[in-house]
Write a protein that binds this ligand. Structure first.
Ligand code: A2P
Length: 281
């Protein structure tokens, strides 16, 4: 608590509103990086939600005033995590990410402590199998949900597909999935071997890799289901979350609604699947 005396003392230097300290930064490719920041003590969120984060913008040329430059970022860490992790694209002329990509441990970023979002378990009705569909940095909310015990309590099988242009863009996701085997909390809460419930299906579209093609095309041809050894999605058993670029989200929505017969859910009306746009600066 702030005492009367300290509250009236003038701050020595301007402090960012909702400042959080950067703890760690990892660069994955020339287009992708992830970072961890301190978690505000009072911040509660549900795995899969997003918050607004950013930096102060450049001073206004005439008034010199600075305004915060904020974007919606999925929280990549789970609800129980001590730190908050984010996974971001770097766009060289992107208003925010051209600057954000240079943050270092010890720097402050702005984090508005108001988590929201539709990629949450509350927005889905019970089922047997859950699918996570991501492109690019759309993997972030699933990095949270894959570390969330509720995912394994609620579903017998978890299938994560990730489509990227190049093979190097899959590394963050692949390492995260590999790390689940050694996750003490999940092993304790869910039971050893919980990670055997996970099927991982990475694909690339512009560089050679073990599996090439857009996940949408691989589903339409039946190849993805044959590779995974599962039946196509079915409203009786399957639930899904989508997070990718707009064209991908729309194509999957169309496939879900018109081919597989799934209905879109929301926090206020849970159903078979939910969708959210991945942030692109
Ligand atoms: P592609 O290389 O064929 O465009 P981006 O970096 O542009 O957001 O794309 C990320 C990945 O999503 C790329 O592999 C891209 O494939 C793929 N993608 C883009 N649009 C669609 C779509 N409508 N359906 C499936 N995948 C898509």
């Amino acid at each position: 608590a702030v005492t009367q005396e300290t509250a009236t003392e003038a701050p020595k230097k301007p402090v960012l509103p909702d400042a959080q300290k950067v703890l760690e930064v990892k660069h994955w490719t020339d287009r992708l990086f992830s970072f961890k920041v301190e978690r505000p003590a009072s911040l509660r969120f549900r795995s899969g939600e997003f918050v607004m984060i950013g930096l102060m913008g450049d001073p206004h040329p005439e008034t010199g005033k600075q305004k915060p430059l904020l974007r919606a970022y999925s929280i990549a860490s789970p609800s129980w995590g001590e730190e908050m992790e984010f996974y971001s694209i770097k766009v060289q002329d992107g208003p925010l990410t051209s600057k954000l990509q240079h943050i270092q441990p010890g720097d402050d970023i702005i984090l508005r402590p108001k988590p929201v979002g539709t990629l949450v378990h509350d927005a889905l009705i019970p089922g047997k199998r859950i699918w996570f569909f991501a492109t690019g940095t759309g993997f972030a909310p699933f990095a949270s949900l894959l570390r969330e015990p509720e995912t394994y309590e609620k579903f017998d099988e978890v299938i994560i597909t990730h489509t990227c242009r190049e093979a190097g863009e899959l590394t963050y996701g692949r390492e995260l999935i590999e790390s689940l085997k050694d996750d003490e909390l999940l092993n304790e809460v869910i039971g050893e071997g919980f990670w055997k419930k996970i099927k991982y299906y990475p694909t690339t579209t512009r560089e050679e890799s073990a599996k090439m093609g857009r996940i949408t095309d691989l589903m339409k041809s039946g190849e993805a289901f044959a590779d995974l050894g599962v039946e196509p999605l079915n409203p009786e058993t399957d639930r899904a979350m989508i997070c990718g670029n707009l064209a991908f989200n729309l194509e999957l929505k169309d496939l879900f609604e018109n081919t597989y017969g799934l209905e879109e859910g929301a926090n206020s009306k849970p159903a078979h699947y939910v969708v959210e746009k991945a942030f692109l600066d």
